[in-house]
Design a protein. Structure first.
Length: 335
């Protein structure tokens, strides 16, 4: 692939509404974006979302990796065409891992019929008493062993039936004191506490073969950069801990780069470059297509000026291409 296409392979974008307008298509062509994150605003019916995704791929002439937050409970983007499973807290307290694996299988079959290739789930965060409710019932609970077992089962169910799973939010959002959608928080736990409570579910997710891991917009002074960098910008956490120490070889995603936690830390172009430097394969920009264009231009400039490593860019492109190929091969084999 050419440089612009490789940069586009880094971008996972959201659309403003339910239609593939000329403006939307022009923006996607300009940025070469290869991944799409869909939300309730993009959905009017099961038939409409399926046709929207087909039209986008036809118009762009390329396969898209299509993602959705389909966690269960309060985080379900589609109003029809899917089973509305309970929140993770309820499931974790009432269901055995074999039942949770079956849930993942049902979700995968339903999402594939709609054209979805990635479920941005499960949350493998371990909830700590007194934390902000941003996670709350999205977590399987406060016992790391239970969270790990439930998450691994869900991942096996999803991926054995053709939909990639994403364990989030690395290295653990369950003790967060404030919602990173609004402001940049810090988790001040020491390294032994993080290793004992919050990392085991990620290790279990990796062992279960999770295709993706999403990082968090949270500072972890004991694990990351003492200067106060969020995980989003921390090579020590993304390259060092997740990629090297934990041995994760799949795709690493940012959380939405438009969230309030990063708002004071630079322009979207600067944020995209710093998140790439930290070791992320995919950059999520979920609302504003003009910001996607800003990120694209900043990344292209950084690669041409050798601030970013083109070898790492090619490796990221290969990871994405492999996942897309695996999804297509599963679909062909299931017919």
């Amino acid at each position: 692939m050419e440089l612009d296409e490789l940069i586009g392979a880094r971008l996972a974008v959201g659309l403003p509404g339910p239609d593939a307008t000329d403006e939307v298509l022009a923006r996607l062509r300009e940025t070469h974006a290869q991944s799409l994150v869909v939300f309730t605003r993009n959905f009017t019916s099961a038939a409409q979302i399926t046709e929207l995704l087909k039209r986008l791929e036809r118009a762009l002439g390329r396969r898209l990796l299509v993602m959705v937050d389909h966690e269960g409970g309060r985080v379900i983007r589609f109003r029809e065409g899917v089973t509305r499973f309970p929140d993770a807290r309820t499931v974790g307290a009432t269901q055995r891992p074999d039942a949770i694996e079956r849930q993942g299988a049902v979700e995968a079959a339903e999402l594939r019929r709609l054209g979805i290739t990635v479920n941005l789930a499960p949350c493998v965060d371990v909830v700590v008493e007194g934390s902000d409710p941003v996670i709350g019932d999205r977590s399987y609970g406060s016992d790391p062993e239970r969270v790990a077992a439930c998450a691994a089962a869900r991942i096996r169910g999803l991926q054995s039936h053709g939909v990639a799973a994403c364990a989030k939010h690395f290295p653990g959002l369950g003790a967060v004191p404030r919602d990173p959608h609004a402001t940049l928080p810090t988790i001040a736990l020491d390294e032994p506490a993080m290793a004992r409570t919050h990392l085991p579910p990620f290790q279990a997710a990796i062992q279960a073969g999770a295709a993706m891991v999403m990082s968090s917009h949270v500072c972890y002074p004991a694990l990351g950069d003492p200067a106060g960098l969020p995980a989003t910008f921390s090579p020590r956490l993304i390259k060092g801990l997740l990629r090297e120490r934990l041995g994760f070889s799949g795709l690493i995603l940012t959380d939405d780069l438009e969230m309030g936690a990063l708002r004071t830390l630079g322009t979207m172009g600067e944020i995209a470059v710093r998140a790439t430097e930290a070791g992320h394969d995919l950059l999520l920009i979920c609302s504003d297509l003009s910001l996607v264009e800003e990120a694209f231009k900043a990344l292209r400039k950084a690669y041409k000026e050798n601030r970013l490593d083109t070898l790492e860019l090619k490796k990221s492109g290969q990871r994405l291409a492999k996942l897309l190929k695996d999804m297509v091969m599963f679909q062909l084999g299931s017919r």
